[in-house]
Design a protein around this ligand. Structure first.
Ligand SMILES: NC(=O)c1ccc[n+]([C@@H]2O[C@H](COP(=O)([O-])OP(=O)(O)OC[C@H]3O[C@@H](n4cnc5c(N)ncnc54)[C@H](O)[C@@H]3O)[C@@H](O)[C@H]2O)c1
Length: 331
């Protein structure tokens, strides 16, 4: 039976990925430090849901509470478990806070990543999926963004750590014959989305009748990807790097290829909630890119990745979840 080590397993994407792997009969070991970047109770709830799934499907699951920067703990985890592959999700994930505290981002996103790659090196774990981000494209002028485009101009420390992470992965692939896929996620949303991200925040503010801060003229756009599509794409990449007959280093865009402008996003959420939004226009924020737009043809060709959930359907699912699981409990 395959055992996968997932870092950031109590987070938004990590918890969904873990549940899906468990349902497919894959054993999961994970680590999370339950940091306070957002409400830690939400991570505890994610962890409870994952434990429940593991019980229901009767598949082995274990979570270590700790930090990926803790070398001794990482070494202990690799020594205690026979790991077949790693998905590296644990990171400091916000763009704007990275401008306030760049060294913390470098520390977690790169020193933490190095610890994982080193553990793979010494424990002969050959399959690794590194979670990168569309932010590496910076303000790329050419759309849609292709993995072949140069990504030498990240405009936030967060984006720079993701690009540097991809480079570090290449080095380990090249020196230690590791199979590595770097996945550039394009804004991921769905139930349990991080509360600092736009869809979650706007839903809350509209429901509470509070103004929505709209940075710039509302003309910026994002390519949104629904959580189940991201999970499927990530598992496809994992299966790809686990194969033994090929040496792999590859980078894949995982997006939806349908950028939505901010004003339209607000309207879709408001129409779903059936409530008029109050918009407060504010200046553009440094570090924010103007647009993200994925060309996912490479992932489609190699991984068979094909996102299924379009934005209106995804927003309806998110809002339904939010009202039932969050809003009705606090109001
Ligand atoms: N959500 C998106 O739209 C998006 C887009 C592109 C890339 N990503 C990347 O996907 C990954 C997961 O994002 P998410 O939205 O699920 O975020 P999240 O914050 O919900 O999940 C990350 C988890 O990692 C844990 N963590 C952070 N630092 C850690 C450390 N030092 N040691 C152990 N655990 C640690 C956190 O407690 C959290 O539970 C991140 O690498 C992020 O950069 C996310």
């Amino acid at each position: 039976m395959t055992t996968i080590f997932i870092t950031g397993g109590a987070g938004f994407i990590g918890s969904h990925l873990t549940q899906e792997l468990l349902k497919q009969g894959t054993q999961v070991i994970s680590i999370d430090n339950f940091n306070d970047y957002y409400d830690q109770n939400l991570k505890e709830k994610n962890y409870e849901l994952v434990k429940q799934t593991a019980k229901e499907v009767n598949t082995f699951y274990k979570l270590y509470r700790g930090d990926i920067r803790d070398k001794e703990l990482i070494e202990k985890i690799f020594a205690e478990n026979k790991i077949d592959g790693v998905v590296s999700l644990a990171a400091n994930a916000g763009v704007r806070p990275s401008i306030e505290n760049p060294s913390f981002y470098v520390d977690v996103n790169l020193m933490g990543l190095t610890n994982l790659l080193e553990a793979c090196r010494f424990h002969d774990v050959k399959s690794f999926v590194f979670i990168s981000s569309s932010s590496v494209y910076g303000n790329n002028k050419k759309v849609p963004f292709s993995e072949k485009d140069a990504v030498d101009n990240p405009i936030s420390p967060y984006a720079a750590t993701k690009k540097a992470g991809e480079l570090l992965c290449y080095t380990y692939h090249s020196l230690f014959t590791m199979n590595i896929a770097c996945l550039r996620y394009f804004t991921v949303y769905g139930p349990r989305q991080r509360p600092d991200l736009a869809i979650n925040k706007f839903t809350r503010l509209i429901l509470e009748g509070q103004p929505i801060p709209m940075y710039g003229d509302g003309g910026t756009s994002r390519d949104y990807t629904y959580i189940s599509d991201i999970v499927t794409g990530t598992i496809q990449a994992l299966n790809y790097v686990i194969q033994k007959d090929k040496l792999i280093y590859d980078i894949f865009n995982l997006g939806g290829s349908h950028p939505i402008i901010l004003r339209e996003l607000i309207n879709i959420i408001a129409q779903t909630i059936k409530k008029e939004p109050i918009i407060q226009q504010l200046p553009m924020q440094p570090g924010d890119v103007n647009t993200t737009y994925s060309d996912f043809s490479h992932a489609k060709k190699i991984l068979n990745y094909q996102p299924k959930i379009e934005i209106k359907e995804g927003i309806a699912k998110f809002v339904g979840w939010y009202i039932q699981e969050v809003f009705s409990h606090v109001n």
